[in-house]
Design a protein around this ligand. Structure first.
Ligand code: NAD
Ligand code: UD1
Length: 333
């Protein structure tokens, strides 16, 4: 029996594949390399000393997805494959809806055909919309995300719920990630986006390495501890472990739809991130205060209690670890 990982050479997927291999799971990975590179496969093998099956397949290609299920006995799927850039999704909504929604529909259709009943889905804190209270808890329900990317996540959550309503043998785990940063401590895999990054940590990394001049801090007049935006950052390795716990939970609980936040429960400001990065890595990160970025919220963070109580999952790594590992990866690459 194998676990299929879609998008398994991407940032979070690759770290999860490492954790799965480390506990001896048999896995099959599919990715179309739209946002990752083939070297990641060798890098994962280097870290784990373990082999796995890889298919260069677009999940939109139903015929090839059928073939993957035909050739392997897939017991569960961890579904990372998707496009994730918020700004790009505003400019290319059709591409985002097509890739993320249609891709998931095809995956679910193929799973149904091959009687595969378990799926773990990468959702996002963005599905809460703007609930008014910065501490996001699962009982709040879904809000209205402000961009097509976020809407695909909310829509896929609904599609998964409807899929369960039609087949009560399905076991579905929806994981709502907060802000993943950091990299594998080996420095061999991590996140290295092409071009100018949109997210804070990749931007800081590129300033640290001298590729970009300074970080623009988007606003210092928010109602937060130092006026800059506050988010819940979580080490990608902790996040990866969350998927193993979610799979175990599905085994234990059986059928149902289970939703969990994966965050550390604490908010850090932009300036705290910059200062910690400078301190632990002994590098200078020049920055300037600029206008707010449209659409940004002042502050939000997870209530991770449900994941702790039900999945037995808790984040273990500190902000210092996240900053150290992010820099270590950047230096090595
Ligand atoms: P990523 O872009 O690094 O990884 C996604 C992978 O999916 C890439 O390797 C890409 O090539 C692949 N992919 C995309 N479309 C595909 C398709 N049609 N067929 C096959 N492969 C395809 O992103 P990530 O940061 O690892 O995110 C993984 C998942 O988690 C995504 O669904 C993302 O939306 C979600 N998520 C990410 C964050 C974050 O901050 N990184 C936060 C919340 C949710
Ligand atoms: C963004 C996405 C969100 C996604 C998340 C994780 C938006 C509006 N939301 O969230 O859907 O799930 O990434 O990938 O893009 N900042 C700066 N300067 C920068 C970059 C960011 O000051 O150059 C600030 C932001 O204003 C924010 C914080 O840093 O306060 C974190 O930003 P970012 O890393 O982009 O994540 P989010 O905005 O939380």
């Amino acid at each position: 029996m194998s676990i299929l990982v879609t998008g398994g050479t991407g940032y979070i997927g690759s770290h999860t594949v490492v954790e799965l291999l480390e506990i001896g799971k048999d896995i099959v990975v599919v990715d179309n390399f739209s946002n990752s590179r083939p070297e990641v496969i060798e890098n994962i093998k280097k870290i784990t000393n373990k082999d796995f099956k890889f298919y260069e397949v677009d999940i939109l290609d139903e015929e090839k997805m059928n073939q993957v299920f035909q050739e392997n006995e897939i017991d569960a799927v961890i579904h990372f494959a998707g496009l994730k850039a918020v700004g790009e999704s505003v400019k290319k909504p059709l591409e985002y809806y097509y890739n993320n929604i249609t891709g998931t529909l095809i995956l679910l259709k193929v799973m149904r055909k091959y009687n595969c009943k378990k799926i773990v889905f990468s959702s996002s804190a963005t599905v809460y919309g703007n609930p008014g209270n910065p501490k996001y808890v699962e009982t709040m329900g879904r809000g209205v995300p402000t961009n097509p990317y976020g809407k695909t996540k909310a829509m896929i959550e609904e599609i998964l719920e409807d899929t369960y309503n039609a087949d009560k043998n399905m076991s579905i785990s929806i994981l709502r990630y907060f802000n993943p940063i950091g990299a594998h401590p080996s420095g061999i895999i991590g996140e290295n986006p092409q071009g100018i990054p949109n997210n804070l940590m990749p931007y800081i990394q590129k300033v640290a390495i001298g590729e970009l001049k300074e970080v623009s801090v988007f606003g210092n007049d928010y109602n937060t501890k130092d006026g800059t935006g506050v988010r819940d950052y979580i080490h990608v390795q902790d996040l990866a472990v969350g998927h193993l716990k979610a799979l175990e939970y599905l085994e234990k609980k059986g059928s149902g739809v289970y939703i969990h936040n994966l965050g550390n429960g604490q908010g850090y400001s932009v300036l705290e991130i910059i200062n910690t990065f400078e301190k632990v890595n002994n590098v200078k990160i020049p920055y300037k205060i600029t206008d707010r970025r449209p659409g940004d919220l002042d502050m939000f963070y997870a209530d991770p209690t449900k994941a702790k109580n039900e999945l037995g999952w808790e984040n273990k790594k500190s902000l210092e670890d996240m900053c150290r590992d992010s820099w270590n990866f950047m230096k090595n690459n």
